[in-house]
Design a protein around this ligand. Sequence first.
Ligand code: SF4
Length: 311
Amino acid sequence: MLNFRFGRHLAMGEESYDFPPFRPPSEANSLLLRVTRGCPWNRCAFCPMYKHIKFEKRPVQEVKQDIDTARAFTRGNVESVFIADSDSLVIKTKEMCQILGHLHRTFPSLTRVTSYARALTLKRKSIESLRKIRSAGLTRIHIGLETGSAQLLDRIKKGAGPRTMIRGCTKAGEAGFEVSLYVLLGIGGEADWQEHAVETAKVLNQINPDFIRVRTLVPVPGTPVFQWWNEGSFQMPSPETILKEQRTLIDGLSVTSEYLSDHVSNYAPINGNLPAEKTEMLSMIDAALERLSEDTDFRADLESMRYLRRL
Ligand code: SF4
């Protein structure tokens, strides 16, 4: 019998597997492989993800055992793998290459192996190390940009400013990785949505990632953002503001990227290839804004989504 465990790897005399608690939505069909546990930073003001997990690097042998276990339960039929938790590129390059080598030997049908990474970690790695990891078979890196605004990055304690974001992400691109960036709609609140949108577009234009993925802020109890919201020092943006923010962001982009709203938190399914579908994407937002101003039921639906986020 296989034991799936969240947060810890525990051997109970039966086969066990260290199952990560989070993955990007786009990795729903991927095999999840935990190389580290938790987040070595763990201080972002909006993020509840790994707050109760002590950061640990897993021994290579233990990860290899999980790969072997996964082979048994998948019969070797795996095409994509997501490496967890939040910043596994902090381990030694040699160790990551050993893990990737074992992974590809075990699953010859693999076409995609992805991982989260922090921009600061990518900036600190040498380009040679990143190229070695790419050659060993990691293909895509998911990075939380959240915003391109220096003052907002500082306020949310992201631990990286715009220059670090740009350097870390462009280095990953130079090393041959597909670069997938996450933007957090709403993190500027009602007060700073324009700065958030304009500055984020500027940073994205310099990185020109393969994917731009947006999700919308949901203040979670226990996080500083939730506390700011409760105290009244942070005002959650209305659906109109989020749509206007997204419009300003897309309008300011001069990238060749796929833009995706692939998260349940978003108000509107704005997706498309940039720059080819930019006009269409902006028209969709304009239509949603117009409907918001005219259709009270539509407004009530979006407001109830907003209400649900407070629960
Ligand atoms: S957003 Fe990412 S880097 Fe920040 S605390 Fe959460 S997992 Fe760590």
